[in-house]
Design a protein around this ligand. Structure first.
Ligand SMILES: CC(C)(COP(=O)(O)OP(=O)(O)OC[C@H]1O[C@@H](n2cnc3c(N)ncnc32)[C@H](O)[C@@H]1OP(=O)(O)O)[C@@H](O)C(=O)NCCC(=O)NCCS
Length: 172
């Protein structure tokens, strides 16, 4: 299905951050929406929300704001569709690959399966190009069939890397 709604990306200021957290708590799992918090491992399932994880979510997005004081390795935006916050996207530098940029996306459950990821991919490709990147990459787990379908549909070339699936699109 293709998204018929106007999809946009907006900076995560404090007001947007609280709306985004409310959506994440209501319609997503911590493991889908943010990196492991202090003391957690990447292999932990992270299925329930705790106060510590809510605070870690806030800290994560605050760390990922564009800054004129210091460069940041990862930037996040809230994704809106039809004017409502529906999820968040990220664009990050890639360790050991100066010409690569990694894109990530999560949507609230009620907003999945409507083609929004395709709209966000157009934005990510354009943004990565303005950064002189040579490839856009996306990483998910082999078991995440929603993400796999979305990446295939967008045109990522997929390769296995252990229990991960890495998608790559070369940029002109
Ligand atoms: C992965 C994700 C970003 C894809 O975005 P999307 O806009 O829903 O992507 P699409 O609309 O192209 O749908 C992709 C697949 O989701 C599945 N899907 C469809 N409706 C769905 C629904 N209501 N709920 C869940 N999954 C659904 C379908 O398998 C679809 O594939 P299809 O082409 O065979 O129909 C989104 O599902 C999501 O946020 N998932 C949780 C977080 C996550 O896994 N992020 C990816 C890490 S790289």
């Amino acid at each position: 299905m293709t998204s018929q709604m106007m999809v946009d990306l907006v900076p995560v200021d404090e007001a947007v951050l609280e709306d985004l957290l409310a959506l994440a708590v209501a319609e997503a799992r911590p493991g889908e929406v943010m990196p492991p918090a202090a003391g957690e491992t990447t292999t932990e399932p992270r299925t329930t929300w705790t106060d510590q994880r809510k605070e870690a979510f806030r800290d994560y997005h605050r760390r990922c704001r564009v800054s004129t004081q210091a460069p940041v390795a990862e930037v996040t935006w809230a994704v809106t569709a039809g004017g409502r916050i529906v999820g968040a996207a990220r664009l990050a530098l890639v360790d050991d690959d100066p010409e690569g940029r990694e894109v990530g996306l999560w949507l609230g459950e009620s907003h999945r399966g409507q083609g929004i990821s395709g709209e966000v991919a157009y934005w990510a490709l354009a943004a990565a190009q303005t950064m002189d990147a040579k490839r856009l990459v996306a990483r998910t787990t082999v078991s995440n069939s929603m993400a796999r379908r979305s990446l295939e549909r967008i045109g990522f070339e997929l390769a296995h890397s252990g229990s991960d699936l890495v998608g790559t699109i070369s940029l002109p």
